[in-house]
Design a binder for this molecule. Sequence first.
Ligand code: 5GP
Ligand code: ZN
Length: 123
Amino acid sequence: MNCVFCKIMSGEIPSYTIYEDDLIKIFLDINPDTNGHLLIVPKKHILDLNEMDDSTLIHIMKMAQKHRLILEEKLKIDGLTLIQNNGMIQEVKHFHLHLKPYYKDKQPLKDPKEIYEILKSLD
Ligand code: 5GP
Ligand code: ZN
């Protein structure tokens, strides 16, 4: 299947992955709106919100809660917006939840590698 996120899951396309388990991967968006813009993506090819099963949905939201705290701690974010596009406005046709950090003082966009290293750093 010619799906960019399935290729990220298999490793065919590289990504700055900050977390992974049996169900999901969390990686940096290639075209971030703000520093630390993350995507939470199920490993299975699931189209959109209405195709999702309950347990994966709950797991994704629990991981959003956890990574909000990580973004607060490591990147000092001041807010977080969750977005999940469906239908015509969904560019990549494989379910994903955007976690978009908000900073009260506008920040220049950093190199994703730098953000990745901050997020992966130990406390
Ligand atoms: P949506 O489908 O919700 O409109 O957004 C798709 C998102 O996936 C966009 O924010 C886009 O930057 C991101 N994206 C598309 N292709 C890639 C890729 O190859 N790698 C990564 N990390 N993100 C991607
Ligand atoms: Zn896919």
